[in-house]
Design a protein around this ligand. Structure first.
Ligand SMILES: Cc1ncc(COP(=O)(O)O)c(C=O)c1O
Length: 330
């Protein structure tokens, strides 16, 4: 089996660190260390997508996401690195102040366009029109789907599963479960394929931050099977190959409850680990609630830290408000 070509951009392999939470060891796969500008999971997908775009002689990358999209920011960073223009369709109203990922989109020189939910639902159509209008100017634009989650993009996490499988060889006690946040489904879809291809034994758990478990059972299987067909991987994925832990984003994708924030500030104070409000914070909360507080069976947990640190800044006041004033002072 030959992986598609890619451009090496991410600092990989990312390290695996260990923390003890409530007496249980949790391995943290530090995919937030993939690089400062493109921190997080998206760069693993973009390594493949940018190779493809450059091969097709693209001048412009078009993509989409929420206002604080990590994928949009990473795409803008990669585009500027290779002298391409990025057009970002972001779901929501233009805010008064640009903060977090949105401010970085601007710094990376992206052309930012705010769209309504209705427009976002037809984003492929909008992008196609834009591609045509760019073509008339003699330039080539390429559309990268939300989260970089295409049959090509998910190779980033097929490769990550192989990386984890190699790294775990020296561990006597291997994780029974590997947990990741799920937004567009590509990270989990890649891991599911990689698990089959590289004999990873751990069960794969996704914590969805939007949509429902039913939606993601379908999305992940379709994406993984399309990739398998296209690249003749010879494996078939079904919904029994992974589990979606639903119900950890009741407050909505763009919000975070006080209860979760309290856990996140505890984790930053006691473990030096930063978790973002949209993805890793909800997934970490879901993991400890399901396995540690509710006592569902596990042997050892591995949490994939998929990045998102810049998403903390627009919510920083909320984070700081949860801190206990009476905490120990030196
Ligand atoms: C920080 C972070 N973690 C996890 C995810 C989820 O990854 P995926 O879109 O591949 O499901 C995303 C993006 O959606 C993200 O930005």
């Amino acid at each position: 089996m030959k992986n598609p070509d890619k451009i090496e951009l991410a600092n990989i392999p990312t390290p695996i660190q260990s923390i003890f939470f409530e007496g249980f060891e949790i391995l943290i796969k530090r995919d937030d260390y993939t690089g400062i500008e493109w921190t997080g999971n998206k760069i693993r997908k973009l390594e493949y997508l940018i190779f493809d775009a450059l091969e097709k002689k693209a001048d412009v990358l078009i993509t989409c996401g929420g206002i604080q999209s990590n994928h949009a920011r990473a795409t803008a960073a990669v585009a500027s690195r290779f002298g391409l223009k990025a057009i970002l369709y972001l779901r929501g109203k233009e805010p008064k102040h640009f903060d977090g990922n949105l401010a970085l989109d601007k710094l990376f020189g992206a052309d930012i366009r705010f769209v309504t939910q209705e427009e976002y639902d037809n984003i492929q159509e909008i992008a196609n029109k834009e591609i045509e209008s760019i073509k008339k100017k003699g330039l080539k634009a390429i559309f990268i789907p939300e989260g970089g989650s295409s049959p090509l993009g998910i190779w980033g996490y097929i490769e990550c599963a192989q990386e984890i499988s190699k790294q775990l060889k020296i561990f006597k006690n291997k994780p029974s479960h590997i947990i990741t946040a799920v937004g567009s489904g590509g990270t989990l879809a890649g891991l599911v394929l990689g698990k089959k291809l590289y004999g990873l034994k751990s069960s794969l758990i996704g914590v969805n931050v939007l949509k429902t478990s039913g939606d993601f059972e379908k999305i992940v299987c379709e994406l993984a099977n399309e990739c398998s067909r296209k690249y003749r991987l010879g494996v078939k994925v079904n919904s029994k190959d992974f589990t979606i832990l639903d119900g950890y984003s009741e407050e909505g994708y763009e919000n975070i409850s006080k209860e979760k924030l309290e856990l996140l500030t505890y984790v930053s104070q006691d473990y030096g680990l930063l978790l973002d409000p949209a993805y890793t914070g909800k997934a970490f909360f879901g993991m400890v609630d399901h396995f540690i507080y509710q006592g569902n069976e596990f042997n050892k947990l591995m949490f994939i830290h998929t990045g998102g640190v810049f998403g903390i800044f627009p919510k920083l006041k909320k984070y700081l408000d949860t801190l206990d004033n009476s905490s120990f002072k030196v």
